[in-house]
Design a protein around this ligand. Sequence first.
Ligand code: AP5
Length: 216
Amino acid sequence: MNIVIFGPPGAGKGTQSKFIVKKYNLFQLSTGELLRNEIINKTDLGFKVSSIMNRGNLVSDNIVSDLIEKFISDRKYSNRLIFDGYPRNKIQAENLNVLLNKNNQKIDLVLKLSVSLDVIKKRIIGRSVCSICGKIYNEFFNPAPIKSDCCASKYLQKRSDDTLDIAISRFETYEISIKPVIDFYKESKLLKVVNGETPISEITDEISGLIDALKG
Ligand code: AP5
């Protein structure tokens, strides 16, 4: 099963993907994470994309396409991918279908997490990620455990694009580019809209119900 999950910045795509991956033995393919790794590893690509990401804009379709193609064509991940943050525009949505077709795969479910800008601001400002295990926390909604070897405060990191100004810019970019993607998946009847403003566990249960219904 291949799943697409999209939604505005801070909607909970990463949080939910990590639960789904564990429960259904899938792999999370986050284009944002792949790009951030390029920046951390100081690659040429990392230098190229860092200023774009820190303005809240999308990097070029070719760059992200090259990044995801490696995974789609790898048999280890065949029919086991959750696309987190890809596609973000119609060109990417069409390209994803082409790449999957080429590798005898398809998308089974598209999840759209809906969250308003007001909620998103707090989600982004309060977010930190454990640099050891990758767990995502939020100082307002789900703080890291006080007593933990792994997720101790010294290991919690903030993202450089998690400022209020950049979050608003990312939200505006999302609103403009995502409309054709929504139409695209509505037409193919794959789209399920999930309220992303309820508690994390409730959203996980709703998504699990949608996946279980497909598995039959
Ligand atoms: P990306 O890394 O994908 O960032 P994003 O889309 O802005 O999404 P986030 O990672 O910020 O949020 P999320 O939805 O995963 O939320 P999370 O689960 O962490 O992309 C970054 C940049 O890379 C882009 O701006 C662009 O430049 C570039 N890029 C990436 N993909 C691209 C593409 N395909 N094409 C072109 N450019 C691309 O949750 C957020 C916080 O809320 C956390 O603190 C969490 O604990 C909390 N939280 C989550 N759910 C809940 C809940 N239900 N209740 C309360 N708190 C919650």
